[in-house]
Design a binder for this molecule. Structure first.
Ligand SMILES: *Cc1c(COP(=O)(O)O)cnc(C)c1O
Length: 345
């Protein structure tokens, strides 16, 4: 095939969902966060597979993402929108039966005026200072909060289990919501792994479903194969790529493959120990990552295949993230629009 192909293993995705679901007690619901097009892997396909595995509740960032999801999932699924209800969101929320997580007193007012009979959720700020109502803003709305479908808050440091802010946010969430009858949720992937105290009525993992940290036992979900465009012989002493950063120490064979930083393969991951795999044999990236191309040292191969693999079961988004000085979330969500997506399972 002449396009790069992102292979998405929906069986492993569903296994990760079941494994995370098994972390919490049976009465705790496990939802799925599928914002940013299912962390770059295709929200409709991802959510449909998870619905079959047993997920009933889904979270997106924006109403437009919810509209796509509603079409894929049908009317039974609950679809929550983290950004709540911004100006002119009413029609999309209404038409697709989306549940806004109301984040501020102005959003509460807007909701009451524009969609008074619709379902809603509430997001509280317990210390992250990003989204959600603070204690003083929430106080006048405590009574109506009884009718919320869900009350959530989000942990800032859940991927660092010993961080004191986890307990502080947990205490604040209790202080704000104890005594209310509405269902509650505090845990994303990190919080799900922190233990039962953090689970409340619903856990809402994202990254762990897709094989990313902090769910270190996750099964890999995305693998990526990239076609080889051409190979060449480079004599000892010649250089490869922009700024001539790589100098051949021996007579070498170099393969040029058809993806680069415009495909989400972050330029900073070059020059480290990231490899392309030729039928399982590792071949180092050499020189700079270009916009549409990466160069690979294939001198030691007997045979250069038509495709080489960048993401594999053993070289995961976390390895790419470490090499590029970023996190698995950013690698995943940047995986490019130019890839063909191939779903298995
Ligand atoms: C993105 C997000 C999640 C999912 O987080 P992961 O770390 O990917 O599990 C959960 N809750 C909120 C509010 C989010 O923004």
């Amino acid at each position: 095939m002449s396009t790069s192909t992102l292979h998405i293993n929906l069986n492993n995705l569903c296994q990760n969902w079941r494994d995370l679901d098994a972390q919490s007690a049976p009465h705790v619901e496990t939802a799925a966060v599928v914002k940013a097009d299912g962390y770059g892997l295709g929200s409709a396909q991802v959510a449909t597979a998870l619905q079959k595995a047993g997920a009933n509740s889904f979270f997106v960032a924006l109403p437009s993402e919810g509209a796509v999801l509603r079409k894929a999932l049908g009317n039974a699924a609950k679809i929550y929108v983290f950004s709540g209800m911004m100006l002119s969101d009413a029609k999309t929320l209404h038409d697709h039966k989306l549940i806004p997580m109301l984040n501020a007193p102005e959003q509460m007012m807007r909701f009451r005026t524009e969609l008074p009979d619709a379902d809603f959720g509430i997001q509280l700020d317990t210390g992250m200072n990003r989204l959600g109502m603070e204690a003083n803003e929430f106080a006048p709305h405590r009574d109506s909060a009884q009718n919320a479908q869900l009350i959530i808050s989000h942990l800032a440091c859940a991927d660092t289990p010993d961080h004191p802010q986890n307990r502080a946010q947990l205490a604040e969430f209790h202080a704000l919501t104890d005594g209310l009858s509405a269902r509650r949720s505090l845990a994303a992937t990190g919080g799900t792994l922190l233990g039962a105290e953090y689970h409340f009525d619903l856990c809402r993992p994202g990254i762990g479903l897709y094989g990313g940290h902090p769910f270190t036992n996750a099964a890999p979900v995305a693998t990526l194969s990239i076609p080889v465009i051409q190979t060449r012989v480079v004599a000892a002493g010649e250089t490869v790529g922009y700024s001539a950063t790589w100098v051949a120490q021996r007579n070498s064979r170099v393969a040029t493959i058809a993806a680069g930083y415009a495909d989400g393969l972050i330029r900073a991951m070059g020059g480290g120990d990231i490899c392309l795999f030729a039928d399982g044999i590792p071949c180092p990236i050499i020189g700079r990552v270009s916009m549409d191309l990466i160069t690979v040292d294939v001198t030691d191969l007997d045979h250069v295949p038509d495709q080489m693999d960048l993401l594999t079961e053993t070289q995961t988004i976390e390895h790419l993230a470490d090499a590029a000085g970023t996190i698995g979330y950013e690698i995943l969500t940047n995986l490019g629009a130019r890839y063909a997506r191939n779903y298995a399972g």
